[in-house]
Design a protein around this ligand. Structure first.
Ligand code: GLA
Length: 381
């Protein structure tokens, strides 16, 4: 053995000898499954609970791929459930405003409930004024998905095959949605889809957040920043006019943080009037297809923070303007007007009828892929 080799062995041994004790990694809990009841057709619905080593916990059911609970700590370390929803399957089986659900095949509105693709006209369910909303009468939010757990990545993988012409959309769509809870306190959602005929696809998640805890008042004092210089203004039925409009000088300028309630009832603003508050798509700054910051929300009393990143071109900011206290929420809470907000990452509404917007068309051989991250950084003290 050469002299240098001997020296290096001695040095290495010395280093090991005085190395600090290795940090004991807390073992991350495994994903658990329990029954969440049966659908009227007798299919069992499962509740999957994903946890990380920091105590964050998310509950997801395979009916509608619904996020039914999400527990995160406040600045004192107290955990609370910060998403709106129901305590049992019954609530989700009835009509409800898409609490926590996966939305497809086309999230948001399609004007006149129709579109043409490849020279053919397709007619959809009219379920929102004259328009089609969130995939029709029985969208992906009302389907039972197949579920597989991946404990290595702390993920739940949901798959659903949407038949050709289901809800009027052409093509058999093979859909996969992967929910992952990371050690960096992120709920990551990876969407994928393929088709056997040209179709349109726009998938999202419709969670309603209240960072003060679900049912604990309205969200008007939450402060939000949206990384967007332009919105897609809408008509009175919330269909985009097709323009992109600068947010500067309007109640839609969230390029710096503002309280949600500050300008939400600005009677002078026609867009606010149409939405009954915020119910608008913001064009996210930066390159679509790359994961980039889209929004950041903070809640002053609990210090909770939510950061949203997405590869999508847009994000719908909806302030629960239609909530009216009629839904019996979790733990006996009722959800009144503006008790929750949604940040639905997406392609722009009515894209199938707006050639100037980024396309939502998917062809056979192509793959629709999109990622959104909801991150919960350490609360501000
Ligand atoms: C979306 C729409 C809203 C409303 C809710 C559900 O966010 O943009 O207008 O329909 O879903 O109530």
């Amino acid at each position: 053995m050469s002299r240098t080799a001997v020296i290096s062995i001695i040095l290495t041994a010395g280093l090991i000898g005085c190395a600090p004790a290795p940090e004991v990694k807390k073992e991350r809990p495994k994903v658990t499954r329990t029954s969440f009841g049966n659908t009227p057709e007798g299919t069992e619905v499962s509740l999957y609970t994903l946890k990380n080593s920091n105590g964050i916990e998310v509950g997801i059911i395979n009916y509608g791929g619904i996020v039914v609970s999400l527990k995160t700590p406040d600045k004192t370390g107290h955990f609370a459930d910060i998403v709106l929803g129901f305590g049992s399957l019954d609530g989700y089986l009835k009509e409800h405003p898409y609490f926590g659900a996966l939305i497809g095949r086309y999230g948001n509105r399609i004007g006149g409930a129709r579109f043409t693709l490849g020279g053919k006209e397709y007619k959809l369910a009219v379920n929102n004024g004259p328009n089609s909303l969130h995939g029709g009468v029985k969208g992906f939010d009302k389907k039972t998905w197949d579920a597989v757990v991946d404990n290595n990545s702390n993920s739940l993988i949901l798959t659903y095959t949407s038949a050709d012409m289901e809800e009027g959309y052409p093509g058999t769509l093979e859909t996969e949605v992967k929910y992952t809870l990371t050690e960096d306190n992120e709920l990551r959602i990876d969407y994928k889809a393929t088709t056997d005929k040209e179709t349109v696809v726009n998938l999202t998640n419709h969670s309603y957040f209240n960072l003060a805890g679900q049912g604990n008042g309205d969200i008007l004092k939450h402060s939000i920043q949206i990384m967007s210089e332009k919105t897609t203004p809408v008509d009175a039925t919330l269909i985009p006019t097709g323009e992109l409009k600068d947010v500067a000088g309007t109640p839609f300028d969230f390029t710096a943080p503002h309280a949600i309630g500050e300008r939400i009832d600005d009677a002078k603003d026609e867009q606010i009037k149409f939405g009954g508050g915020y119910d608008h798509n913001f064009a996210v700054d930066g390159q679509m297809g790359t994961l980039r910051p889209a929004a950041r929300v903070t809640e002053p009393t609990t210090g909770r923070v939510l950061e949203v990143q997405t590869t999508e071109p847009g994000i719908q900011f909806y302030t629960g303007n239609f909530l009216d206290g009629t839904f019996p929420g979790k733990g006996g809470k009722v959800y009144k007007k503006r008790y929750g907000f949604c940040l639905e990452t997406q392609h722009y509404p009515d894209s199938p009828n707006k050639p100037q917007f980024p396309t939502t068309a998917l062809k056979p051989g192509g793959t629709y892929a999109s990622t959104t991250i909801y991150r919960f950084p350490a609360p501000a003290r």
